[in-house]
Design a protein around this ligand. Sequence first.
Ligand code: SF4
Length: 88
Amino acid sequence: MAYKITDECISCGACEPECKNQAIKEGESIYEIDPTKCTECVGWFAAPKCAEVCPVDCCVPDASHKESKEQLLEKWKNLHPGKTPEAT
Ligand code: SF4
């Protein structure tokens, strides 16, 4: 399941450099996560990095993008062809 950033976002920008999939961008008013690039950090880390660093806990699972771990890993492989996942 991709993560999303809620309206609680204070636009501090802490999450953006932490996302190794480059899924996070500054939007018009708050930061946004591209669900086609978010793998819930599957492939990189054991837990979602953006959620870990967010000072206001506004990076949360997006129930409208339900995906299995296998699907997330498949997405990661498509984003990083030829690379070996560092964590699953
Ligand atoms: Fe990026 Fe991981 Fe956050 Fe998804 S959960 S947006 S992959 S840092």
